[in-house]
Design a protein around this ligand. Sequence first.
Ligand code: ADP
Length: 535
Amino acid sequence: MQGLMMDRQLLISSLIEHGAKVYHDREIVSRTVEGPIHRYTFADLHGRSKQVAGALTALGIKAADRIATLAWNGYRHVELYFGVSGMEAVCHTLNPRLHPSQLIYILNHAEDRLLFTDLTFLPLVEAIAGQLKTVEGIVVMTDADHMPESKLSNLLCYEDLLSEQDDDFVWPDFDENTAASLCYTSGTTGNPKGVLFSHRSSVLHAFCVSLPAVLALSESETFLPVVPMFHVNAWGTPYAIPMTGTKLVMPGPALDGASLTELMNAEGVTSTAGVPTVWSGLLNYWREHDTSVPTLKITIIGGSAVPRSMVEAFDKEFGIEVRQGWGMTEMSPIGSINILKPEQRVAPDTERYDIQVRQGRAVYGVEMKIVDAEGKTLPCDGKAFGELKVRGPWVSRAYYCGEEDEVLDSEGWFPTGDVATIDADGYMHITDRIKDLIKSGGEWISSIELENLAMSHPDVMQAAVIGIPDEKWAERPLLIVKLKAEAAPSKEDLLGFFKGKVADWSIPDDVVMVEELPIGGTGKVQKTELRKMYA
Ligand code: ADP
């Protein structure tokens, strides 16, 4: 027997329509590329998203056409999220930190028809434009006064396009499984792969993001995503904002400690999200300038493992709760979140931090299991470790125009490429990515565990551990560190720090001190680069 509920489709346009009706005067505040702070309401955002949809229609854009963006976190980018997907086209966010050759590959593979760019990235666009096979026009996201001189002939002005449109565009109704947005993985192995999110998956994921156990979004909160809108849709947060009436603050291109701190304080930001590298910079800035953001309560940190020292610093020095998140582009991205149980919240600090360095428990919607090399499910005892597999309504089943057809295993699970344990309470703990695990003399060494320890050394700012070939042991761990300003520890001091904290055979044989670690497009240390450098 079927239920007798209405078959209303879960569409992205319904999010902004709801936001504009119910929370019409909530604000979106953006630091612009042009300089000044811009502010307007959800009602304004809705109207202008409709103008975007009207402008696209006037340019001949049809359902399923791909529209690329090369932009910071700002209000015009949010208008594109709703305007492009709302009219049934596909919003394709590009990561400007990728190598130009990768951007060319991605734009041609996705067959984007239009490219919207912030002023910042126009030189990049000019450099690659000649090699783009399908892009018909380039829209600069600014007004007529700021339109730059350019050698490109197919340049359009965003504000001019919008000014020709009324805000009476009617959002079309269509199947919720229709594609809404596209984001390519960073392609650390082989070509980048296109992850194609649907309206349904985006709306369900937005419910998840809003939950008390995730970002606890509501009208009483003010959220600033440091995670870029080109990194898995800023972890889906722009969709959750109008759903919940949360005030949104957008940092634009100014991601340094001073600018972020100033904006967060000016707008009373209560929660934020980003990768660990961003927060280690911000923590240092706060310490050096004896400042902080007193209104900030929660920070979601994910994308790579959160060092214990970071959890401790946020908690002890600044009273801010770290919620570690884990996920992947292929998972929209949220898979698990680490929020302490009520009884754990009152536990001694060290016990709490032991729990908080784990990647957390699965969110509703995502199922997780770990398997051995034969694919047999392993016990959730906190000890057995194996590849993590997931499934759920916002997990990919295939890549956009993907060459490999079998993405899922024979039982329909997505193999994450991460190695993890899961304990009896459901806390998942990532040991490593399969490709980063170090096998030494038949034993596995977790690079994440060693990095975590190294980063708790008072002189260490960032650390990476890679396996380097060794005749006797097959591989041995090498520690590579970026030190804090003016710190000058000896090699013996750094390596001796591991003594007694991990098994002797897993202590790195050597340490290299570097000015900078290679950081990839999504703010993670690029171990493939390090392996090449120290092979
Ligand atoms: P890419 O796979 O190209 O690096 P993603 O941003 O999708 O791009 O990265 C997903 C991967 O990032 C995960 O499979 C995992 O290895 C890593 N990751 C994400 N969050 C965490 C976390 N909290 N702790 C450890 N690793 C993480």
